[in-house]
Design a protein around this ligand. Sequence first.
Ligand code: SIN
Length: 319
Amino acid sequence: MSTLPPTDYTHFTIQPLTLHIGAEVNGIDLSKPLHQDVLDELCAAFVTWKVLFFREQCLGHAEHVAFAKQMGTPTIGHAVFGHVEGFPEVYSIGKHRVANSTRNQKATRPWTGWHTDITAAVNPPSASILRGVDIPPYGGDTYWTNLAMAYHGLSEPFHRFLETLNGVHQFEVPQQLTGGTEYSKEIEDRYMESVHPLITVHPITGERLLFISPDFIDRIEGLSPQESELMLEFLWEHAVKPEYTVRYKWQPGDVAMWDNRSTAHRAPSDIFQTDFDRQLYRVTLVGEPLIGVDGRKSQAISGDPILSADEELRLSTIQ
Ligand code: SIN
């Protein structure tokens, strides 16, 4: 792949942060409703650049949700861990949420902490929109990787083999938390496991994607445990090579919006070495089951699809 993504847009300017992933968008105020022409162009830039960054937006929860509703249909804040009180679509990503604070206890490998959001569900969110509120003066950067570039970085014979395979994705209780904490109970109560093609096709761009999500994939279906482990370790390490990634330095008020179908990301673990606070909030958009190159679809093994926040709330009042 030698052509670079376009940078010319009519309704805003794009400042790429790397050659193939991540661009700052200037000239848009996300706190106001956007005209359909602007939204159409924004969607085109979004699937092209895969992560868009909007500086100094300073949205509140209501404005965050209102913007998300213009891009798609918000899910419940988090399908397993719930939402911010009064805002069913908003999930709090604070420094000391248990999911984060356990990260630095795991053995550190190049792919440790990398994931695509909630791939244990049969329909992982299509997009995630994260806004920074309390941001450390330094440290606390987020990384994303381009799964289309990761696919292109592999050879043709290997593509053909990988395209036949499926990954089994699980929402597992981290090993160090199996002692019945509230966090592990929430995961067990809403246990999710799904099978996704290892190579997926993006529903809008048609790009082929190396759909690996290191924190969620347990194994490759049909391979022996040793084959699966060795193959996954190779693919995970490959997918997070620096040349496929972008690293973002947050400022308070910034918004990052990523295509959850074509990227994986890594939250920072360095924040636990400081007393600096870090608080962000995320809204995710409802996604579809994924599709392989031969048209086969993701299958749920356990757990329900992720619904819209409205639908989740309606069902919870019936139960
Ligand atoms: C996330 O994993 O969605 C949050 C990323 C971050 O905290 O930087």
